[in-house]
Design a protein around this ligand. Structure first.
Ligand code: NAD
Length: 398
């Protein structure tokens, strides 16, 4: 087995894969389409971050590629449907940087409430502005969390622990943690919170979720934070409300247009405003998160190789199963049409194979059957399975 890891993936991933006897080629940068196609020759597992694009053309050129590990949160850079069509499993790390984002949000709420960026700038300019005007504790403030998913719900717990009152709004029914209270509408939340933090996902319907109407509905002198997606917020409206003083301060980590690489110029209508903290999309960027991403995704790749487990795969049916203990295991990815399982089992029965355990999972147009058989499987049985018109991919582990 051979793994190609691009974009400086954490050494923990190299260690975990190496431990399984997988040969790892780890490279610092991203590759363009042609370079990637050439580099994938003979590669079973590909690891990337956000700067490598895995197109349908790349996948077509590597039909035997077993899996792509996205060592990041997003998977937009991968053609997930094309990968699924050829049985290439895609994994990502959806939770590894949750805590990092939460910690930055908390730090920024305190910084904004104490107007730290202004005080800091004045000190560097030689001005001693010792005054309590406009500086507040966060204890007792009401935090309104919009989007109560991984990040929103963890923020809820941490914010309560430091004395904030928490309310939240989510389009889905979510369990309220601790003493947090669910709001039925966004307007209800905006009318009550004095600190509003956005943590919605990147679905297209969230474009412009926060504009003139929502900023106007916020309580006077509120604090606003966006560390989720840039396109969710209308920055011109935010600027107007900051300039008028209706919003007392803002922290923004994500922008509708972000520079593609370090060194590229950044411009925003939010620049040069007092009590506004701008950061270059670093909410989840910590050493701890990188290490956890390396461990998490490499673990998924290793489990897939060893047992066929596809737990938390983003594009394939999920099967959670432990490593093979004895006897061979047949991993069969197929088109999800009626009757496939029956045909597989009659082929197994005709060959005299004794099924010890079997698991089936389906997702959209694909099905995945994992079958443990007693004894051995002979080549003719595998050849018959391969010939079925529904076969997408077949592998045996033992
Ligand atoms: N700044 C960073 O570096 C950084 C790092 C990690 C994640 N993120 C971003 O943070 C966001 C949240 O991540 P997560 O892991 O918590 O995602 P998640 O999918 O676990 O949670 C998103 C929540 O938002 C809810 N939601 C979606 N649209 C909504 C709407 N219009 N109104 C109310 N609720 C809505 C969903 O139901 C879900 O509960 C994502 O957009 C992610 O890309 C940013």
């Amino acid at each position: 087995m051979k793994a190609l890891l691009l974009e400086n993936i954490h050494s923990e991933a190299v260690r975990l894969l190496g431990e399984r006897g997988i040969e790892v080629d780890s490279r610092p940068g991203a590759l363009d389409e042609d370079e990637l196609i050439a580099a994938l020759d003979g590669v079973d597992l590909l690891g990337i971050r956000s700067k490598t694009t895995v197109t349908a053309k790349v996948l077509e050129s590597a039909p035997d590629l077993m899996a792509v590990g996205a060592f990041c949160i997003g998977t937009n850079q991968i053609d997930l449907a094309a990968a699924a069509e050829q049985g290439t499993v895609v994994f990502n790390a959806p939770f590894s940087n949750t805590r990092s984002v939460v910690e930055l949000v908390v730090a920024e709420i305190i910084s904004l409430a104490r107007r730290l960026s202004e005080k800091n700038a004045k000190m560097h300019a030689g001005e001693w502005d010792k005054s309590a005007t406009g500086a507040h504790e966060i204890r007792g403030r009401t935090l309104g969390i919009v989007g109560y998913g991984n990040i929103g719900s963890q923020l809820s717990v941490v914010a309560e622990a430091i004395g904030m009152r928490v309310i939240f709004y989510d389009v889905e029914d979510k369990l309220a943690l601790g003493n947090a209270r669910r709001c039925d509408t966004l307007d209800e939340l905006l009318g009550e919170a004095d600190t509003v933090s956005l943590h919605v996902d990147g679905r297209s319907g969230n474009g412009g979720l926060f504009g003139e109407e929502q900023f106007a509905a916020m309580r006077p002198r509120s604090i606003f934070l966006n560390l989720c997606r840039g396109f969710v917020v209308d920055h011109e409206s935010l600027r107007d409300h900051l300039v008028s003083g209706h919003i007392a301060g803002a922290a923004v980590d994500v922008f509708p247009h972000e520079p593609k690489k370090a060194g590229e110029a950044f411009t925003s209508s939010l620049q040069n405003l007092p009590n506004v903290i701008l950061t270059p999309h670093i909410g989840g960027s910590t050493q701890e998160a990188q290490e956890d991403i390396g461990r998490f995704v490499a673990g998924k790749l290793r489990d897939l190789v060893a047992s066929g487990a596809t737990t938390m795969a983003v594009n394939m049916p999920q099967v959670q199963i432990e490593d093979v203990t004895d006897g061979p295991r047949i991993l069969y990815v197929h088109s999800n049409v009626p009757g496939v399982l029956g045909r597989v089992n009659s082929i197994l029965a005709e060959s005299g194979a004794n099924i010890e355990r079997q698991m089936l999972s389906t997702r959209g147009e694909l099905g995945y059957v994992v079958t443990d058989v007693a004894g051995s499987v002979d080549e003719s049985l595998l050849a018959t399975l391969r010939e079925l018109p529904e076969t997408v991919r077949l592998r045996v582990v033992d």
